[in-house]
Design a protein. Structure first.
Lengths: 290, 364
């Protein structure tokens, strides 16, 4: 009995010290994440007459501009995600499979070098490269290939996608790399041994086994880019607002917290929904790989 | 083509990893339908040699032939061999039947026929009804069976087994040894097993290649390896062997006359004379069961010596005695069956030890 009491007490003190350890981030999370989110939710449901209801949501989604901007946000972030993951996978694959083990950390270090420059400056640099009087246009003019600066490479969605894809590349490379590193190389040998070519072994073994990393990469890129706010402002020059810019405008410039919150909550729901659909599709894909 | 043509042929195979000489001129043949083992301590090159057959290692020089065909430049997926990996390499994202059917993708048979083949393969390895299970939910022994079914369903000419039993516990290992032998007889495919466990090799193999440092030290059937190891090193690696110093007195035709410590003058047949002595010089070697403690009631044999019992290890069915034969310095181990009515002797007791000259091997 005494020993039982002892272990019980030990368990309690362990739980207490555990709670103590997590409390700073917990307090932080509650005060700065959960509470504001809850506030936004409450705002979004507060009607002008003082009651609560879904009226704000109805108003938001009856506005054609909101629908258009949400669609643009989704298009941009999906394009960015697709481009980033498709470009990141070969890089991660190369580092994991073709770089000698002692050189791998050097490669990862090199991949993170873009982070040494602030995101804002990187966006400005893309402006310098793609802009009206930018590197590409002036280069092409001085080579005599074009007479007038090209308009198609700036202030448009492809420029936005290019900038964002570059910025998020390391975020996509790292989880895919980790997933590839975890694959026991004997699985690949088994694939070859059972009669499959290198390419088919990749499709039937490597790719499905690295899917957790790909999913992580997709979510890490997709979720923040939907809500990106700085890049459309700078690259688009104010002419290419996305949903986050709309939220900012509604909240701050029009001082309409209720409507702004409703847009924000709707956008969150849509992102969550798209992510869940993606996870579901991925599970189906994994099951279908035979 | 007759059945005596070798299934596998190594012709002076060398393999370098940078400066490291991993395989040093392997020349050997493996017969069709044989259960063949590559036995040796870790780092002796046995797994490397196995992987040269599978196509996972290139060789630096020489040739590896499978069923008469040079495998140079033939990728792993085009070779008539299949492998059971040490880690089993059961694909974790697939079910048991998907794993077993993995290699059947390009098989021209219909879906139903393939499904039947998978079912039969699972039945053969004792996993009937496990097809729908997730691979990651299997125990070690079950994974091994799936790996076997997955390889055998492709009807390879040679099945390669890379330390397949090392991850299992003792009881499971013994059970799988018997099952592997049964399976090999059933399918008639050439099995090549890599193992560091000499007992496993002796139990399972038709022939064994003992490897040290990238070379085959001896290639023989289990009994020859056990009874007439061709060097002290092989003798040491396989089972327990006692060694006592000896001196060659007279070289006759077909036999050698020696003076061995504790045994006196012995006549050793030429078939029992081996090379491979160590720097200590010539020694006689003998297995623990070839010496017998003679109880007073037993009749005198042709040869016997007096000895002192220094240690007694009781095993139930057997007793191991470490005895020092008069006139020798190092104790030797003798094993005796504990027959009913035969007392276990005490430490310090004196005993008569008998032997037969045929059981002795001379290393010189």
């Amino acid at each position: 009995m005494a020993s039982n009491g002892g272990t019980g007490g030990g368990g309690r003190s362990e739980a207490a010290s555990g709670l103590l350890l997590v409390s700073p981030p917990l307090v932080y999370a509650v005060l700065l994440l959960a509470a504001p989110l809850f506030m936004v939710l409450v705002y979004s449901l507060s009607l002008p007459d003082g009651g609560f209801g879904l009226g704000n949501y109805a108003e938001v989604w009856s506005d054609r501009i909101n629908r258009l901007l949400m669609m643009r946000s989704l298009t941009v972030s999906m394009s960015v995600t697709l481009a980033t993951v498709l470009l990141a996978y070969p890089v991660a694959y190369f580092v994991s499979f073709h770089v000698r083990p002692e050189k791998k950390s050097l490669w990862l270090f090199l991949i993170t070098i873009p982070f040494w420059t602030s995101y804002l400056i990187r966006v400005f640099l893309w402006k310098v490269i793609l802009g009206y009087n930018g590197v590409i246009n002036s280069g092409l003019i001085s080579l005599g290939i074009i007479d007038e600066p090209l308009q198609v490479i700036n202030y448009n969605v492809p420029a936005l996608v290019m900038t964002l894809a570059h910025a998020y590349a390391p975020f996509a490379i790292l989880p895919i790399f980790v997933a590839l590193e975890k694959i026991d190389r004997s699985f690949l040998e088994a694939g070859r041994d059972l009669g499959e070519s290198q390419f088919m072994t990749f499709l039937r073994v490597t790719l499905p086994l690295s899917m957790p990393g790909v999913i992580a990469a997709v979510l890490i890129v997709f979720i923040p880019t939907v809500g990106d706010y700085v890049t459309p402002d700078l690259i688009g020059g104010g002419k290419l607002p996305m949903i986050a810019n709309r939220i900012e405008g509604t909240m701050l410039k029009q001082n309409n917290r209720e409507l702004g919150s409703a847009i924000a909550v709707s956008a969150m729901m849509i992102v969550a929904l798209v992510s869940i659909v993606f996870l579901f599709l991925n599970r189906r894909f994994l099951r279908g790989t035979k | 083509m007759t059945t005596s043509d070798p299934m596998i042929e190594f012709r002076d195979v060398h393999k370098y990893y940078g400066d490291y000489h991993a395989l040093r001129g392997i020349t050997a043949t493996i017969r069709p339908g044989e259960f063949f083992s590559l036995l040796g301590p870790s780092g002796c090159g046995k797994t490397t040699l196995l992987r040269t057959i599978a196509g996972f290692e290139d060789i630096s020089s020489g040739a590896v032939l499978v069923d008469g065909r040079d495998m140079a430049g033939v990728p792993a997926n085009k070779r008539p061999t299949n492998m059971v990996f040490q880690s089993y390499a059961i694909f974790p994202h697939l079910s048991v039947e998907e794993n077993v059917g993995f290699g059947l993708r390009r098989d021209p048979r219909s879906k139903e026929e393939k499904a039947r083949a998978v079912g039969e393969a699972l039945e053969m390895v004792g996993l009937k009804g496990y097809g729908k299970r997730a691979a990651h939910a299997l125990s070690g022994g079950q994974r091994q069976r799936v790996a076997l079914a997955r390889a055998l369903i492709l009807k390879p000419k040679v099945l390669l087994l890379d330390e397949p039993l090392s991850a299992l516990d003792k009881k499971m290992r013994e059970q799988m040894q018997v099952e592997l032998i049964r399976l090999q007889r059933q399918v008639g495919i050439t099995f090549i097993l890599v193992t560091h466990d000499q007992e496993e090799a002796l139990v399972m193999s038709d022939r064994i290649a003992v490897m040290f440092e990238g070379e085959i030290a001896q290639l023989a059937d289990p009994e020859t390896l056990y009874r007439r190891p061709n060097s002290r090193k092989v003798a040491d690696f396989i089972g327990t062997m006692n060694f006592l110093p000896a001196k060659v007195l007279e070289e006759g035709a077909g036999a050698v006359e020696i003076e061995a410590a504790g045994f006196g003058r012995i006549h050793v047949e030429a078939s029992q004379v081996m090379g491979g002595a160590t720097a200590e010089g010539a020694t006689v070697g003998f297995r623990p069961e070839t010496l017998t403690i003679l109880y007073d009631s037993s009749a005198a044999t042709d040869r016997e010596s007096m000895a002192t019992i220094e240690e007694v290890v009781y095993f139930g069915d057997m007793t191991y005695y470490d005895v020092r034969i008069d006139g020798t310095e190092t104790p030797v181990r003798i094993s005796m069956r504990n027959v009913f009515g035969r007392p276990v002797l005490d430490r310090g007791a004196r005993a008569r030890v008998g032997w037969s000259p045929g059981a002795l091997v001379l290393f010189r």
